[in-house]
Write a protein that binds this ligand. Structure first.
Ligand code: PLP
Length: 282
């Protein structure tokens, strides 16, 4: 396996960054988790835009531009990967040991990838085993003034949430007690045929899978509402699912101690997602 580190492909076991890197020292970095299907990146433009927005929120003026895509493609090619998980990180780099950042004129840019096969013959998600989910105490709060919209190296919120539970996903509320999102996923639920998901006005990551699913729902004429919801809204839902780049559309089979049916809307959206991937990438 080879990874891309600062513009060079290196064997995975030799890939390293400095202990003085600000990404390591302070979490001073942004990242994206991406998915390749059939050798090409799914929703590249959306991921590139979100990474750019994250770097702008952090004032990491990295100047990498289109070269990041080239590095990702090179990583896939060097490892002969077609269906893959890809993670790329941009840190402010190594700078003199003080918190105040200087210009990011020497950022650290890392691309790692590994095989992530697609699911069954009927195009199900690889992760379509229903997830258990638990509502946890840890609140989804943005870090300081940084919007939750930025995908930075500071994942302690999600880590604390996952530490609270053995469930596959830890669901967090925001500081006002409204449903926010999972540690690494967005939440959807269905009640009486209407698809609901917490709105982007709350502290949640604008998931790229979330956006694709909302587009599919519109095409399929499934009524959609976004808003602020309480835990009780989720508890009385008919079905629920989680979305992220690696899970795609993953049904929730259990919430806390109650079982959830995998409902029709979840199945239809998962199938539509798989069909979209098939049509675009194979
Ligand atoms: N919310 C959080 C906190 C995440 O970390 C992620 C993905 O890692 C998501 C939502 C889903 O985002 P995406 O669909 O872009 O993978």
């Amino acid at each position: 396996m080879q990874y891309h580190v600062n513009g060079t492909l290196v064997p995975a076991e030799e890939a390293s960054v400095s202990v003085r890197d600000r990404g390591f020292m302070y979490g001073d970095a942004g990242f994206e988790t991406l998915r390749a299907y059939g050798g090409t990146i799914f929703e590249w433009d959306a991921h590139a835009d979100r990474l750019q927005a994250t770097c702008e929120a952090l004032s990491i003026d990295h100047g990498i531009g289109d070269d990041l895509k080239r590095r990702i493609d090179e990583t896939l090619e060097a490892n002969d990967l077609r269906d893959a998980y890809v993670k790329c990180s941009i840190t402010r780099g190594v700078q003199p040991g003080k918190l105040t950042p200087g210009p990011a004129d020497n950022p650290t840019v890392v691309v790692v990838a590994s095989e992530l096969p697609r699911g069954g013959e009927n195009g199900e998600s690889v992760w379509n085993a229903p997830a258990s989910a638990e509502l946890v105490e840890t609140r989804r709060v943005p870090d300081h003034s940084l919007p939750a919209h930025a995908k930075t190296h500071n994942y302690l919120n999600g880590i604390l949430a996952r530490l609270e539970t053995d469930a596959d996903e830890a669901l967090m509320l925001d500081s006002e007690g409204s449903l926010a999102e999972g540690a690494t996923s967005n939440l959807f639920f269905v009640r009486e045929g209407v698809l609901h998901t917490p709105s982007l006005s709350g502290p949640i990551l604008p998931g790229i899978t979330r956006e694709v699913v909302l587009g599919l729902a519109e095409e399929m004429q499934i009524p959609v509402r976004t808003g602020r919801y309480r835990p009780a809204d989720l508890r009385r839902a008919d079905e629920a699912f989680l979305t992220n780049t690696t899970w795609e559309v993953r049904p929730v089979g259990r919430l806390d101690d109650s079982a959830f049916e995998i409902g029709t809307v979840t199945r239809e959206l998962a199938a539509a997602f798989a069909a979209l991937v098939e049509a675009r990438h194979y």
